[in-house]
Ligand binder design. Sequence first.
Ligand SMILES: Cc1ncc(COP(=O)(O)O)c(C=O)c1O
Length: 362
Amino acid sequence: MPRPIEALIHADALAHNLARARELAAGARVWAVVKADAYGHGIERVFDALRGADGFALLDLAEAERVRRLGWRGPVLLLEGCFDARDLELCSRLNLWHTVHREAQIDWLAAHKTDQPQRVFLKLNSGMNRLGFAPQAFRAAWARLNALPQVDEIALMTHFSDADGPAGVAAQLALFERTTAGLSGERTLANSAALLRHGELAAADWVRPGIMVFGGAPDHPLHSAAHWRLRPTMTLRAQLIGEQTLQAGDTVGYGNTFVAERALRIGVVACGYADGYPRHAASGTPVLVDGVRTRTVGRVSMDMITVDLSAAPQARVGSEVTLWGHGPGDAVLPIDEVAHAAGTVSYELMCALAPRVPVRLA
Ligand SMILES: Cc1ncc(COP(=O)(O)O)c(C=O)c1O
């Protein structure tokens, strides 16, 4: 009997969320961003549901190879470009489009021997201060690329730092427009937050939604995934494997962090931080037992968490526990709420799903 825990990937929800991205993209083409093994969902598992995308964007060359091996002949974009001159050979062989964000990547291209000119995405650092050319260096980089026989088309790209927050996109967008004025090439700017909140301004020629395709709201708790009409694409569920009845004053778990104020029945769930459940989720983190919303009590341990069963008096060993995603019937526990209770974001929970958890397509 396998340990009673599994993750489900909801193909229909992936297709629905991608369609939502397309709806907001105002005619722009849509990259499905599938880095980090499709945000923890598994590239091979999501591929069929997302093949309606115009391209796949990711950053690991091995993941790009996997997308090609699945038979995808359309665009594949390396969001961080090449890490080494030798990567250009793979770009040529697999026809990968790649980001150019620093001078050395242009040097590598200039030295690359190929008769197949490559499509590059020249990245402007418009304020995120991670990757990209500074505005004052951008046009010279464009001119250098434009003079290379190894380069076919140059698209223009930037990334917003606070599309989900108060700064929005206006200042970075204005800088991008000023810096790229008069340069030919397609534009790509928007991640999920920019698309959801500023789509009419930021859609451009290509959009790059990631988290919204995977059913997360980039601006939770301001807005929920349901508000944006996104559906959960991942369910993590387990079962109760034990129960305890506490008396007032009894404690639960390591560090005795939870102290019962009254008699309380609790359930023990076959899921812990070694499954990817966030250890920092404090007592009170929402969880569904038999589809009924309740809360965790005590610390998350490696293989178990403990939950308050007051709201689910019928619950017994074997009852279904939804850590996030779809519960029985219509019950849903948004992954964003669990992430928020753990002081993190849904991206991290999805990506942290542990290899020991069996995953299947639902
Ligand atoms: C360059 C770039 N574009 C798009 C995305 C997708 O972002 P999100 O998942 O917030 O939509 C990312 C993710 O971090 C990224 O780095």
